[in-house]
Design a protein. Sequence first.
Length: 289
Amino acid sequence: MTVTTERPRTQPDPEPEREVDFSRYLDALVARWWLPVAGLVIGAVIGYFLALGGKDVYRAQATVYVGTPYGASGQIIQTTATNPNTVGQIARGQGTLQQVAQTSGMSVRQLRAGVSTRPIKSGAPKGAPNQLYAVTVEGPKRAQVSAAANAIAAKIVATTGGYAKLKVDTFRTQIASDQQQLDAIDQQAAQVRAQLASASATERLTLGTLLLAMEQRRGTLEQDRLQARQLLAQAEQVELPRVIDRGVAAKATARSPRNSVVVAGLIGLIIGLFAALLWEPIAARSARE
């Protein structure tokens, strides 16, 4: 009985095949080196001319403070100013775009494509409503872009400031009323003091009591006026929306020549590399057909 021993089969080493493939690819690139070079040059030239043909645009950015409305208890209340979607809705609303188009000279289509808004980090506690927003407008003409950015900012301030404006008007009315009453008390007190010189003892007692009541009333009015002034300052400085920084248009190139040349050249180089690698297989297939 003959026993045959079977030699273990060795797995083919993929390294030689890889070396052959890599060498074939390298040979193809060396043989047709001009294709990647031509793609790089042509792509760079196309990118340069595209950059030259790109139109310059202008960009203006206005910064808007929407305010923080407080209620009578000192807590922040929910109004249009505290809604995070309000600014964007106002800036890109159809009514706003039509109104701004009439005042700025830009078309509604240009505004719809060129208007953008974003919140600005203000360091407020987490969960607090955002107060600062950037309103940006891009367009072909400097004056129009500036006018549009400022018109939209003014629209946002007017829309979000209704509650704060009412508080400001209320406190100003209250302060004016307190001042009128204080002036009237001063006039009455002056008249009473003038009567004291010729008054009898009994009349002096009555007039003195009247002056004391006037002083007490005056103190109450002074305290009320002081409180109203403090609340007015809060409403004007904290709650009332306003434009922090008006938009001033600056030129912004639509395409950077350097970036366009680099990107287009890189795309051309990649296309040239693929063309060099696929040249032989495509040529062989065409010859068989």
